[in-house]
Design a protein. Structure first.
Length: 177
């Protein structure tokens, strides 16, 4: 199966854009949280909230606890979503990598098959060549002794030579990959 047929909703670019958007949102929320902190607990909070100043609030543990809950409650959902986007992005990258590895593996298997086939052809050619040499030697001895098998050996020699020529022609006409 092709990896692109499995995952069509999110492309790599979509995930990058989503990650950038989540980072911007988290940064904005963090910035707004800091602004809220300075408005509530800064030097001008007396003018906005009345007589309760920064020193009164800093001693009140309940107010600090509420503020911590506010910050945690504001940032945690965005950071969790950012983590989820990162996880999905990592999974997609792994799938792409696995698809590339599978394609490379298939190419290697095909190359090995071709090499094995060529090795068998080469071995066959070598065997025929040795056989041709032996028959040639036997033919020379039969001719020297005026023996009747010289004609039969000549026929065998011709058949083997034709087979070698056919294999060589097939190898020359073989498409190169």
């Amino acid at each position: 199966m092709d990896i692109k047929s499995k995952v069509t909703a999110w492309s790599r670019e979509d995930l990058e854009q989503a990650t950038k958007a989540m980072v911007k949102i988290a940064g904005s929320v963090f910035g707004l949280t800091l602004v809220a902190y300075f408005v509530r607990f800064g030097p001008f909070s007396e003018y906005i909230f009345g007589k309760e100043g920064a020193t009164d609030v800093s001693t009140a543990q309940a107010a600090w606890g509420q503020f911590g809950d506010f910050i945690g409650g504001s940032l945690n959902p965005f950071l969790s979503a950012l983590t989820l986007v990162g996880l999905v992005f990592t999974i997609l990258l792994q799938q792409e990598s696995m698809a590339r590895t599978q394609a490379d593996s298939n190419n290697n298997i095909n190359s090995l098959r071709e090499q094995a086939e060529l090795s068998l052809i080469t071995a066959r050619l070598q065997a025929l060549s040795v056989t041709l040499d032996v028959i040639t030697e036997m033919h020379a001895q039969a001719v020297a002794s005026n023996h009747m098998t010289a004609i039969q050996l000549l026929d065998q020699k011709q058949k083997i030579a034709n087979e070698i020529l056919e294999i060589n022609d097939a190898l020359r006409n073989r498409p190169v990959k």
